[in-house]
Design a protein around this ligand. Sequence first.
Ligand SMILES: [Zn+2]
Length: 297
Amino acid sequence: MNWDKPILTDSGGFQVFSLAGLRKIKEEGVYFHSHVDGRKIFMGPEESMQIQSNLASTIAMAFDECPSSVADRDYVRKSVDRTTRWLKRCKTEMARLNSLPDTINPNQMLFGINQGAVYEDIRIEHAQQIAELDLDGYAVGGLAVGESHEEMYRILDAVVPYLPQNKPTYLMGVGTPANILEGVDRGIDFFDCVYPSRNGRHGHVYTNHGKLNLFNAKYELDDSPIEDGCQCPACRHYSRAYIRHLLKAKEMLGMRLCVLHNLYFYNHMMEEIREAIEKGEYKRYKAKKLAGFEETT
Ligand SMILES: [Zn+2]
């Protein structure tokens, strides 16, 4: 990878649970069939920690079950209790792996993941239980899986205050620039999301005046950059019209330029967020940024 910066690895939990129908969940872990060749595979908390230890990431995520956001209360309750038992096994196994003499990253950190679908009381109780385990950081999982943005914000309002305030808090799989601004306002520090790259590959680019679809005919002769003043490699050298031409001609460079711009946009926004927080101006910054996103160009 040639990436000399922190790396976070996911546990495989979410990935296994997205294979509905191909998997069987037991106390020891999950049995599932490879979607490639049908081969039977087992993964439990120990296996997930071992794989992540071999990958030697900076942060390993706990092996959890991500119940569907529409799962019923009884199921979610049982699932969350099992996720807590799995988390304890993850912690024990990570400590064992980190103490071995040939471990590549003996300082690997473990983040726990809060679950509980849309049930605030289950979420809060789970947050209190995992907070007691004194992990390196805490994630909120099982959101951004089909529920409304308002529902996601309601859960964050309820649960984040019960996660340790002196540890990083990570909202998994989120989100749009507006979701990130709202998440930060509720105490979230970390995010991960496919939007900047996936949307970029479809010609959708983020700007301070909303999202543009570069496939639109109105950009055919538009010789301005994606966003005026943006210092990204796409905006410094190429026009909307040229990038649109590349996308229409299915030239890979069109997708690459859109992804470069979007990643730059997200990273730059995170820099601005840190700066605004340090200056004590976050509320004002957020309101101004959100108002800009509502404009159309
Ligand atoms: Zn740009």
